[in-house]
Ligand binder design. Sequence first.
Ligand code: ATP
Ligand code: ZN
Ligand code: MG
Length: 302
Amino acid sequence: MDMQTSFLDRLFESGLLIDTGVDGLYGRSGQFEDVITAFERLIDTFGGADGAEAMRFPPGMNRALFEKSGYMKSFPQLAGTVHSFCGSELDHMSLLQCMEVGDDWTKDQKATDIVLTPAACYPLYPTVAKRGNLPKTGGLFDLQSYCFRHEPSKDPARQQLFRMREYVCMGKEQHVTDFRQRWMDRGVEMMKQVGLDVTIDVANDPFFGRAGKMMVNNQRDQNLKFELLIPITSAANPTACMSFNYHQDSFGLKWGLNLEDGSVAHTACVGFGLERIALALFHHHGLDVKAWPASVRKTLWG
Ligand code: ATP
Ligand code: ZN
Ligand code: MG
């Protein structure tokens, strides 16, 4: 038994996170949200002059497009689908009967046209592809969405419903890799301004199964994914608070994203884990925002 009160327990006790009875599903206090709002303003000051087109999608996406994305090939263990009751009055009666006796009432639920969004950029690619060729300047988009991943955990930094702020860039290889490098530099600078020590390292996604091993190796060998890491729950295993992904032309090919000259677009995305950044701030500077260093408060609230 761990005799120390865990960080999660302290977050519950302080009211910053609100227990719902499900690991990784938390309410957030006004104070917690205020930190996220302030940090997003900081993101805006770094990225605002780039002229990204802002779009906000709800936390559910078109199931047909989700199927086309190939998510179930790579991460079936993380996906969440929305199912609903679609039956008759008779079916309703047996549903209630099932619930009454504690049987599994969910087995007759039918899949709807909606699945939970796994990453903020997923609904973007088909949306942009529908417009036709990209303009000469390529594409730059500013997104934020709640995302779902079925990975219940006692680690407060691993939630099942959390927000991801993203910038997505589409263009030629050099253009999008420059974009990614610029955000790595900005990420380090932003975290410095809020008093957080970071490291950047190559990373990989948790591709499922034996076939996934090859994809992990490919992703690492080609430096397709980097993470900005900050210690939250463990000093030895710092937490990824930002990720920087270069997709080469794979999303361009999959979704039919073409540049003005008709060539296939390369894409890259950078993601901020907003809850993780807030938790890193609370972990490092303490649970009482009023006691945070003046320089950090000034960066966040002016
Ligand atoms: P990890 O390696 O910790 O599982 P990830 O590689 O799965 O992270 P991405 O898929 O790159 O993360 O998602 C973009 C960002 O979203 C991450 O850098 C992180 O800050 C945040 N994020 C990812 N998963 C979670 C989660 N379960 N809870 C909270 N934030 C998350
Ligand atoms: Zn993305
Ligand atoms: Mg993950």
